[in-house]
Design a binder for this molecule. Sequence first.
Ligand code: ZN
Length: 409
Amino acid sequence: MFYCQRSSYETEYESTVVSCTPASRKKEQSGKKVELKGYEVVFEDTVFFPEGGGQNTDLGLVGDNNQVLEVTRRGDLAVHFLTEQVQPGDKLVQKIDWDRRFDNMQQHSGQHLVSAILEKDYNINTLSWWMAESTPSKVGVSYIEVDKPISVDVMTSVEDKCNLNIRKSVPVSVTLFQRGDPQLEEAHTRGLPDDFTGPIRLVKIGDLDNNLCCGTHVSNLAHLQAIKLLYTENKKGKTLLYFLVGSRVLKYLANTLQRERSLTETLRNGPDSHIDLVEKMQKTLKISTKTNSNLLKEIALSEAKEKKNLETKPSYIYFYRREGDNDYISTLTKELSDYLLIVIVGEGNSGQLVVTGQGEVVVDIGKKLAELLDGKGGGKGSRFNAKINSFKNISQVEKVIQSCIAPSS
Ligand SMILES: [Zn+2]
């Protein structure tokens, strides 16, 4: 039992270093996993909660600037991963990142409350749960894994009941029992590891719920502020219920409002019209795309006709059209199947190359042009296809084609 579990609301604690060993951890830093060198430190006791029971690790400082990057449980010990070395015997002040801890407490106690209502009133049992980490730009949405599907109606009434109990300010208490205590029903201690020796913590929410748990919890449901159930997801026959508690509800709402404001600016109309407007835009876009495609087909037909009407059959035909699409390409290849034809469409870093015709020259031109335009693809016989990644050398295409047709010997 750690100090953090005895006093969930304490943010600082002075304790003596028992051991300090060099170690390293793989940690994510600006999107990349990097190996960080540091020290594994054990104290006589700790205000830092070591991750476990679904609750994420505490972070913070030891002294003024020795950072605590992770705290894990190893047997009965809490192992702190610190950036700086400390000496056994040092008496140091531990300071937790309280905003993070309180947020973790809200999510964890909130999970107990949602699970309790689901089980008591709907016979839906919790199998596991997962606490999401928030990032500066994204609010972490945690989930509870349950054994039955949850309808939208049930979700709404569970949320109502949770918030009603928050308004009632139901107290949350932690009681300690020794193993085998007759006050503990056998059911509560089932599932404990055999080598478990410490006292058993029973977290009680009024007369709603009794649960064995190692986590740090709020002392009153009022501290949860609010619970929002977002949606469910079916995963391999099990249901995941996504939820937010307390400050995460407000942050999520703030992000949603920010997006709404941006949409209002872009669409130049109020939030009530957003869906209508986007639906209209999608319809218009569909019609425009269709019209565009038809026009491109017309262009291809007319271009093909012009080539077919030439008095002397050209040794090759080359078309490059930025806005060309698949229909444009297939119309040309169909209409000009008797010619050596090279079609390129696209711009920037995305496009297509098609070569059709007779003889080895098809693949020869295809390969050389793919190389010229940083393309990937291949072909055999009468057709060569490639995806183009760069149009930097597009002006040299004809030169390459000509060199393949009449190799300078
Ligand atoms: Zn718990």
